[in-house]
Design a protein around this ligand. Structure first.
Ligand code: ARG
Length: 461
């Protein structure tokens, strides 16, 4: 059987349905460039171990380079008879350098250590791409925060009116988790940067090949310490799948807000035409589809993570074919993020904020009640009392249909003698925001510091 890696002990080929089930070239072809790169490194250690002459090494590397070029331009691809990317590429090498030389490459390695190594290489490159895409979202959020240094908006808890905050503070509250996600990717990379090559099927190599040399050649930090672990564990993939899902969840939270903000009831933002869609029946519609697809796909990425964990959970050591199911969820998560990240960046970068309306709505719902209570505390009143008194002010204003700042002097004094007219100094949304000037608070001076910090962090990455 041409292109098969294991025919010897079998009297006949696999049944058609067996072959169809077994096949993975439709997704593991993504590993092809890494497979060839690793094959070149493997040829070099075979040569170092005296198993491949200098001439043979030259011929092998040349054949692999030609194969890589043919893979890159699509001249060479998987055939119907190929089970997986590894078998297909061995067939391609033999077609180029003949069976005598091409048949020497596989010595001392198994598809088990091979696929674990290639998956790590693919994932490390993918995590870098995702981190860069995510950085663009962070930069778009930071640029919007910097472009609106004074804008005040209603701050909410439970989606109910809470306290006024700066728009920039709110936007950076979405940038911070994304920066942590980028940090998580960098951290996950430390554990992914360990090479299984040289582990063989499970027990290690007997041919004097140097796992440290090949690890270094392929840009890994170190060779694996345990060949059984290296060929059977996929916690590195699950960890990446978690970070990808976390990124999707973090961006879904942002998306949910953009969706709400763009309704006429909120009216905080208008979406750019380029980042919204229309309706086939309702001519007036402008829909926040980027944000909705982001929110929807977060469910899909959570599924990618939980599916992978379920695949891993009851496998005995060492390699089992179940592990072939490890790649598609991770490939899918990355493919979805690579579609989403530029769109979310575009959406955020082009949001048009209606800052007058946001500021106008900021005191609605008596959001300065906390400021009355804290003003009283500064006058020496116990907070328990101050909280009661501020609550009574809310009740009074609500029954009269006025704002807290519109209560007259007698009414204030009637509620509590310590409520002098000076309390009105804190009854503006700007005064409220400016007073929260401790580290991490919403005061403009703190938000400016935060913008500088986030910009510096993002420039460092
Ligand atoms: N295609 C397999 C995978 O993705 C690698 C092949 C290992 N096959 C085997 N019979 N040991 O995991």
């Amino acid at each position: 059987n041409e292109g098969s890696l294991w025919g010897g002990r079998f009297a006949g080929g696999p049944a058609a349905a067996m072959a169809a089930l077994s096949k993975s070239t439709h997704f593991d072809w993504a590993l092809a460039p890494f497979d060839i790169q690793a094959s070149k490194a493997h040829a070099r250690v075979l040569n170092k171990a005296g198993l491949l002459t200098g001439d043979d090494l030259g011929g092998m590397l040349d054949g692999l380079d030609r194969l890589a070029a043919d893979v890159a331009d699509g001249t060479f691809g998987p055939a119907e008879s190929d089970e997986d990317v590894h078998g297909a590429l061995e067939r391609g090498l033999i077609e180029r350098v003949g069976p005598e030389l091409g048949g020497r490459l596989r010595a001392g390695r198994s598809r088990n250590d091979q696929v674990a190594t290639l998956f790590r290489m693919w994932l490390r490159a993918a995590m870098r791409r995702v981190a860069l895409g995510l950085l663009d979202v962070v930069d778009a959020l930071t640029a919007q925060a910097a472009a609106h240094p004074d804008a005040i908006m209603p701050g909410k808890t439970h989606l109910q009116a809470a306290q006024p905050v700066l728009l920039g503070h709110h936007l950076l509250a979405h940038a911070q988790p994304l920066l942590r996600d980028i940090d998580r990717l960098a951290d996950a990379d430390r554990r992914t940067a360990v090479s299984p090559y040289g582990s063989g099927a499970l027990a290690g190599s007997s041919l004097g090949l140097d796992p440290a040399a090949i690890a270094a050649d392929l840009g890994f930090d170190a060779p694996a310490e345990n060949s059984i672990d290296a060929t059977s564990s996929r916690d590195f993939a699950a960890e990446a799948a978690f970070v990808f899902a976390m990124i999707a969840v973090d961006l879904s939270r942002l998306s949910e807000e953009v969706i709400i903000w763009s309704t006429p009831e909120f009216g905080y933002v208008t979406l750019a035409d380029a980042w919204s869609t229309g309706s086939s029946i309702m001519p007036q519609k402008k829909n926040p589809d980027v944000a909705e697809l982001m929110r929807g796909k977060a469910g899909r990425l959570i599924g990618d993570l939980t599916g992978l964990l379920a695949t891993l959970k009851a496998q005995p050591l060492a390699y089992n074919r179940d592990l072939q199911e490890d790649k598609e969820p991770v490939f899918d998560a990355v493919a979805q993020l690579e579609l989403l990240l530029p769109a979310v960046t575009g959406l955020v970068a082009t949001l048009e904020f209606h800052t007058d309306r946001m500021e106008e709505l900021a005191p609605a719902g008596f959001t300065l009640a906390t400021d009355i209570a804290e003003w009283m505390v500064r006058q020496g009143v116990p907070f328990r009392v101050a909280h009661e008194v501020a609550g009574a002010c809310v009740r009074e204003a609500e029954s009269r249909g006025v704002g807290l700042d519109e209560l007259d002097d007698e009414t204030l004094a009637g509620i509590n003698p310590s409520l002098t007219p000076a309390v009105r100094d804190v009854l503006t949304v700007r005064g409220s925001v400016e007073s929260r000037n401790a580290h991490g608070g919403t005061a403009p001076i703190q938000v400016r510091r935060q913008i500088e910090l986030v910009s510096a962090q993002s420039a460092d990455l």
